[in-house]
Structures are given as C-alpha cells and as structure tokens.
Write a protein that binds this ligand. Sequence first.
Ligand SMILES: Cc1ncc(COP(=O)(O)O)c(C=O)c1O
Ligand SMILES: [Zn+2]
Length: 463
Amino acid sequence: MTDVAFQRCISPQCGATYGVDEVRTACGACGSLLDVAYDWQRLKPPSKLSWFEQKWSRRYEPLSLSGVWRFHELLPFAPPEKVVTIGEGQTQLHSSPGVAKYVGIAGGRLLLQYEGMNPSGSFKDNGMSAAFTHAHTIGAKRAACASTGNTSASLALYCSVTKLMRAVIFIGSGKISYGKLSQALDYGALTMQVAGDFDDAMQRVQEVSSQLGIYLVNSVNPFRLEGQKTIMYRVLESLRWQVPDWIVVPGGNLGNSSAFGKAFIELHELGLIDKIPRLAVINAAGANTLFELYEHRGLRWNGGKPQEMSSEYYEELDADKKRASTIASAIEINRPVNLNKCLRALDRCRGVVREVTDQEILDAKAQVGAGGLGCEPASAASVAGAKMLVAQGVISPEEQVVCILTGHQLKDPDATVAYHTTDQDQFNKVLGSRGVRRANYANRAVAVPNDLVEIIKAIQLYS
Ligand SMILES: Cc1ncc(COP(=O)(O)O)c(C=O)c1O
Ligand SMILES: [Zn+2]
C-alpha cells in the first residue's frame, strides 16, 4: 500500500488493506470491521496539539471553522477541495454544578460535552461530514442509512443543504421519535418505514446498499468514525489539551466509543498526549448487549481474536424473541455493529460498561435540563452512568469526568413532556410502560382558571 491513507482490517491477525477509494463496510478477506489508517511517517502531523490553535484566527475559512475539519491533519483521508462541511462541531464543554452535585463529583470536575448544538441537533453531524466527504470523493449519488432517527436526520440535512446526493433512510416502524422523523421528512429524504425495529432496518439497508450500489453512511462505515474522533479533540481543546480522567458515553451501535478509543490510541502513538483517559460506555438496561457480554460473560478484545460469546448471545436473543426496549430510542439496539471496535477501545482505555434503567435515564435527563443543557433520553444515560460509577467507587469524586450529551432535548419532546406532566394517563402510556415509576425531578405545569386573581395567587404561592 503506497497511499498515505488507506483502509485496514481491524483484526491484527488479518490486517488486509484497501484503498480509500474503495467502498467497503467489512474486510473482504475475513469479514471484520475496517479502520481508516494513515502512514503518519509520511504525513507528518503536528508535533503538538496546541498547533491547532492557529486555526481559531481563520474562522472565515469553512475548514477552519468546522469543529471536525479544523483537525483535518488528524483525519487526512480526503483533499481539502473535496471536504463537505456545513459548519458542524461548534460544540464545547460546559460545567454544570447541579449535574455535578447529582452525580457526586466535586464542583467543576464534571463536564458536559454538548453535541446537541450540531446543525441537525446531534453528534451524528461529526461523522456525517466525514462519511459525506468520502462519498463525495468517490462520486456517490445516493446515500443510505438505517437509523433510530439521528443518523437519518443528519444524512437528510447534508443531502438537502449540499444537493450532492439523494438520501434514502430506513427506520423501524414506530421506533423513531417525532422530532427526528420530522427532520428527515422536512429535509426531503426518501423514507422507508420498515415493519420491524432498528436491528431489522440495519440488516435491510446493508442488503439494499450492496445490491443497488448505494453509499452506506451507518457507523460500519469507517469514515464516519473518523469524523466522530473530533469530539474528543474538541474536549481536549476545551481543556487546553489536558486529558481528563474519564469519558462517559452512551452506547448504542458503539460508534462513538469506538471512535473515541481510536482517537486516543492515535494521539498516544503520535506522542500528542501522554495518557489515555478511561472510558465508560453506558447501555440502557433494555438494550444491554455490551453490558451483558462485557461485564457478565467476559467478552474482551482479546487481541482481535474471534470469540464465541457474542454469536451465542445473539442466538439466545433470537430463541427468546427478545427485542431491545427502552425510552432512550437512540440506543434501542441489541446488535451493535461496532462491537469489536468498541472492545478494542475498552481494552486500550481500561474501560467499564454499565447499564442504567429508564427511570435513572429520565431522572438524569431532568437534572441536565434543569442545568440548562437539554438532552434527549439516550444522552442522559452518560450522566446516569457516571452517577452509578461514582456510587460504586469506580470513579472517584475528585476525578475529572466528561459526559457526552449526544443529542438535543428537542429531538424527543414526548419523553420530556410525559416526565413533567400532571396527566397520569400520559405518564403511564409513555413512561409507566417502560418501568418508570416516578418523575423524581418533575417541574409540573400549574393549572389555573382563566382568572387574573387566581393566576396571581398561584404565582405568589409557587414562586
Ligand atoms: C442521541 C444518541 N445518543 C447515542 C447514540 C448511540 O451512539 P453509538 O451508536 O455511537 O453508540 C445515538 C445513535 O443513534 C444517538 O442518536
Ligand atoms: Zn480481515
């Protein structure tokens, strides 16, 4: 392989390589996932991370403004003229004293990376910008994804803004929140509502893409994950290039956790950081494949050598007809496509995996909202997981912890309104059916008659 960027099988035993101009989601030799790999010797990336600060003064250039592409030197798989950006990644770390107290971390040591501020309202735009760039480089005209909602919203947005491709999205019937569905429809994506769940839609979109030659942008696409590495670069940037002790992230298809692991492995190998943070991946209890396999059945990266545990577990799921079920629809996934990459990340980042209930997710979400950074249910799994890890003594209250808030609050208003409502029927329908018993931090609307005196009385009583 003579190119400075190429694709490489993640299995160290195989290590087959492919050109960046090839469209693949798996290794042709052994079926493993692929990485985008670089010949860093020839590319000569910056020798310190602070080098990137010079880009701040060139914000008039789209590639310097983008929170993904201002780190282009760390994902150099496409020439600048082919890069597609719509200004993604203008996100930052926030401290939230209320959330820190809730989690049990000393003030200022708990930080929230708010990816809801991306153009389509979720972290997906980081990866979409990179996958879209690759698709554009190879001349794709149609791009597809299966989605619990955010990937489709992001793909639809990139297609409608740039007009470079037509979006074809696959969603599970009734499995997508209205906020996200409305985005895909409004942006004009061809929307295939599959009678099934995300895992079914994922299987179908892979078959359809390979039969019709449609470019697949799900996170099995290694270029997607290159964009998602930059979330960690921005975390480091906000910390003036200091590495935090912990990164806590929700786990669905395990693209983020995989991308974060790759980002830190590369930065460490390049000598750009001197320590690797620990990684905590948080499943919803109703979609807990990673937790079950990693924490109960001992599945590990194991040097990339295949193990039986995951296929045995999937057979059990099938035999029991068990489907993923959680209010956190974005992570309602039982067959995470990036499982092996995530295991590698957990290995290198001394990772832990936890599961949190929908009750814990929604209470954590209410705390995040009360701190002013609204997030969707899946995102709050990171905060609920951090709280659990502090309570278990795995995270010490003095450590610096970064929780990733993956998506915006407005993505799923039904869950938020049902949590805060006084209407017991609505609560039971949306949340009670998920095992949520109480809205511990509800901010209930006060019902008042249309009468000035009564309204004033109520305000004086409650404020
Ligand atoms: C808001 C949100 N959080 C978390 C996830 C899960 O991310 P990953 O697949 O990277 O584990 C998703 C994926 O759809 C998402 O939309
Ligand atoms: Zn291989």
